[in-house]
Design a protein around this ligand. Sequence first.
Ligand code: NAP
Length: 298
Amino acid sequence: MTRASRHVTLASRPNGAPVEENFDIVEVEVAAPAEGEIVVANRFMSVDPYMRGRMNDVKSYVPSFQIGAPLEGGAVGEVIESNAPDVAVGDHVVHGLGWREIAVLPASHAQPAAKVEGVALSANLGVLGMPGMTAYAGLLDVASFNEGDAVFVSGAAGAVGSLVGQLAKLKDASLVIGSAGSDEKVAWLTEELGYDTAFNYRNGAVAKQLFAAAPHGIDVYFDNVGGDHLQAALHALNVHGRVALCGAISMYNNTEPAPGPEQPEPGHWEAAQHAGLHRERPRTHARRLRSRGRRLAR
Ligand SMILES: NC(=O)c1ccc[n+]([C@@H]2O[C@H](COP(=O)([O-])OP(=O)(O)OC[C@H]3O[C@@H](n4cnc5c(N)ncnc54)[C@H](OP(=O)(O)O)[C@@H]3O)[C@@H](O)[C@H]2O)c1
């Protein structure tokens, strides 16, 4: 049986921030499932920052989206037809063919959705899915978080950042600082998520606000933003500080290089993640932080 489905396709490649004209919505007939395939009615799809990179025609760790073809990305949905022995109609699955109402795919490309009492199905695209894994592995593995660390998280109110701060608190960080782009988000971080302190990066220089929040420096920086945030965090790092270079969203729409450390290539990220970034003696470091604080306070 064939079905009609609306698909979102890439009409043209964005130059800078994506605009509506870069996308089309087309109605297509989806084919009946072949042997081993399932048909999924998508209930939720995720719109993730990495998708911006896939809209460019460049070589990367994932293929670019193609003009005229539907976009792809994480989705969770209900199986409405199955030609695969292990998947039944009514099952909920997570897969990579979002941006369309109905997806037809090999059952081997889908995984059962996690079901947790009282938790929405959409959490499979959040805390129970890729952002949750990113936050967990980024903080505990890549940044080698230790109890008592002071942690700074940029993009702190986003899907990943909001989880990093909560995990750090659960794991007994001494201080968890977040930055976000509105006063409402800042209030959400401190009043609901348990961040110790947070600041709005639009209210002043990041370096100055970070120094005010962490005058004794930070041990871990979880970078979702890059640019001025990464620059400020590198200056605030304590001896043996660690950085998880998770993303650099402030640069994804850039058409020209921006001030601050350049967005590292994936190979550099891995190297940087494992490198000790500071070799200063503690006293030298404390002196540097104090003098930087004095400069910023002027
Ligand atoms: N390495 C990996 O495996 C992996 C996996 C997932 C995500 N990531 C990366 O992690 C980061 C966060 O992803 P996410 O899923 O949490 O995204 P998200 O939920 O979409 O949140 C991203 C947030 O970034 C902030 N932002 C946007 N432009 C900004 C700018 N110019 N300067 C500062 N903040 C800006 C926005 O919040 P405000 O309103 O607060 O500005 C936005 O809500 C991204 O860089 C992404 O590429 C990496």
